[in-house]
Design a protein around this ligand. Structure first.
Ligand code: AMP
Ligand code: MG
Length: 511
């Protein structure tokens, strides 16, 4: 069969181009055909949910076991009643909060939904996607589209139309190319037929977000512990899903330590003539210069990691690498969904690194900035005036500080305003002598951290302030050139951040 490919942008949905495209998609769907379409999570492969034969065609095109049910996609909340019954109030609250969006809810099914769609179950999974193209496509097909992800069973879910074509060209009638999926991981699935409701697959809508709306939510035991003997409750979660061609190993532990161990293992494998690929992040890529590495995003913005994970795994499949080493990610927020997919792809193959990068032994803190004349010395001053469980040396340095200048006028002015004594400071440039095992470096941004890691190999304990405080949104802009208000605001932010640094250090020291 020839697969028709049609490109469209969300803003074109209601223009003549869109109307013609969806007329065609609707005709295919009403005749029992299959259309792949973009959603905000990943690309779906849709067929008419009330046509028992369409589901069979979906399983055949994907090469998917038919006990693995599909999700019914709707484009209007009111349509839910046509497919599901006994809708609890908690579900209504979740729909109010998260629909349209990346949340799939499971209900008892209505008779009209064929067993082929639900894999023989008495329940049905329903989702209302947050994507104009998806909604237009659903409506064109009559409002009820059964769809799993549009990949061959065993490949990562597609986040681009080209991924769909790679897997399904010639097996389906049409692909609607609407660009890259914004989120990049499949929806969160919550079973609403039990109370408390239970998460069967982690995704962007996290347990904390759900609990804020409806109180207690349980998590399928298999998600929390892959070795749990009980089978997962979503049939699809029992499959390994996707194994890259290369052997994938995940390195768990303190990120810098993990990166160094990945580098060591990669160098060793390369010396043995093995071809190695590295999955890293913007923050740690500096450790892999000269190697075949791909950054999948920023550690302080995990959404970027979710967005790129499948694409990068697919890209490595196109190369001849034999081993892939990947960083691991914190389990909070979307991290649980990321790690769930990554660990499945790795077949749970992990290297655990003991955390002997022991901050409790730190005896010296250096705030590092581009110059050593405003943010850094002010932060050092603030921390020096706080009480810590033991005496440690607190200093500041600049990447470039050729002259022993005093702290800048702007900061002096704020200190005066605060009724504080002047700081007698002379700027110092970072030098090799500063690189000591007992030192914790805190930088004001990622660029500074990367510069430091590039310049001094083997350096430990370097964090950006947002990273150390685990506050991705924290920004401490340079006050330079922003007038009195700029300095005042900058000093306030530093004051706040440093008090949290002190609290965290106290916990570490007392541990
Ligand atoms: P996919 O869209 O490819 O991610 O696949 C749909 C996912 O939803 C699979 O993991 C299914 O196992 C799951 N699913 C669909 N319907 C149900 C249901 N009634 N009960 C439990 N899980 C379901
Ligand atoms: Mg899938």
């Amino acid at each position: 069969m020839e697969t028709l490919v049609a490109q469209i942008k969300p803003e074109e949905v209601k223009l003549p181009l869109g109307l013609a495209l969806f007329a065609k998609a609707g005709e295919i769907l009403r005749n029992g055909g299959l259309v792949a379409f973009p959603t905000e999570t990943v690309y779906g492969l849709g067929g008419d949910a009330f046509d028992p034969d369409a589901a069979g065609k979906i399983y055949a095109a994907k090469g998917r076991p038919s006990d693995n049910p599909l999700i019914v996609h709707i484009a209007d909340v009111a349509d839910l009643n046509e497919v599901a019954r006994e809708i609890p109030d908690k579900a209504k609250m979740l729909m109010e909060a998260f629909w349209p969006g990346p949340l799939t809810l499971i209900f008892f099914k209505r008779q009209g939904i064929p067993c082929t769609v639900t894999g023989g179950l008495d329940t049905v999974a329903v989702r209302f996607p947050d994507n104009d193209i998806a909604r237009a496509m659903i409506k064109s097909g009559g409002g009820f589209i059964a769809a799993p992800s549009a990949n061959r069973s065993g490949s990562p879910s597609p986040t681009l139309a080209e991924h769909v074509l790679k897997d399904l060209q010639g097996r389906i009638d049409m692909v609607i190319d609407g660009g890259a999926s914004v989120l990049g991981l499949e929806s969160t699935i919550v079973d609403m037929t039990v109370d408390p409701p239970m998460i069967l697959r982690p995704g962007f809508v996290t347990r904390e977000m759900l609990e804020k709306v409806i109180g207690r939510v349980d998590v399928d035991a298999k998600i929390l512990d892959a070795k749990s003997p009980v089978p997962p409750k979503a049939p699809g979660m029992k499959y390994r899903h996707y194994a890259p061609k290369a052997e994938l190993t995940v390195f768990e532990g303190e990120p810098i330590r993990a990166a160094k161990e990945m580098r060591r293992c990669a160098d060793e494998a390369i010396a043995n003539n093995e071809k190695v690929g590295i999955i890293t992040t913007d923050e740690l890529a500096v450790h892999f210069e000269g190697l075949n590495y791909r950054s999948i995003g920023s550690r302080i913005d995990p959404d970027t990691i979710a967005q790129n994970l499948y694409r990068v795994l697919r890209e490595f499949d196109e190369t001849d690498v034999e081993k892939i080493f990947s960083e691991s990610f914190a389990l909070d927020g979307v991290g649980q969904a990321i790690m769930n997919r990554l660990m499945k792809a790795a077949g749970q193959k992990v290297v655990h690194l003991a955390n002997d990068n022991d901050l409790s032994k730190v005896d010296r803190i250096v705030f590092l900035d581009n110059s050593d004349s405003d943010r850094a010395p002010y932060a050092a001053y603030v921390l020096e005036n706080m009480t810590l469980p033991r005496l440690i040396s607190i200093e500041s340095r600049g990447m470039v500080a050729p002259f022993p200048e005093p702290i800048c006028q702007g900061i002096q002015m704020i200190l005066e305003k605060q009724g504080r004594r002047a700081i007698y400071h002379s700027a110092r440039e970072l030098s090799g002598e500063d690189i000591r095992k007992d030192t914790l470096f805190l930088t004001f941004d990622l660029k500074l951290k990367v510069k430091l890691l590039r310049k001094y190999e083997g350096i430990d304990n370097v964090y950006t302030l947002p990273e150390f405080l685990e506050e991705p949104a924290l920004e401490i802009p340079s006050p330079y050139g922003h007038g009195e208000e700029g300095y005042e605001e900058c000093c306030d932010i530093i004051e706040n951040a440093v008090s949290r640094v002190a609290a965290k250090l106290s916990l570490i020291m007392l541990d």
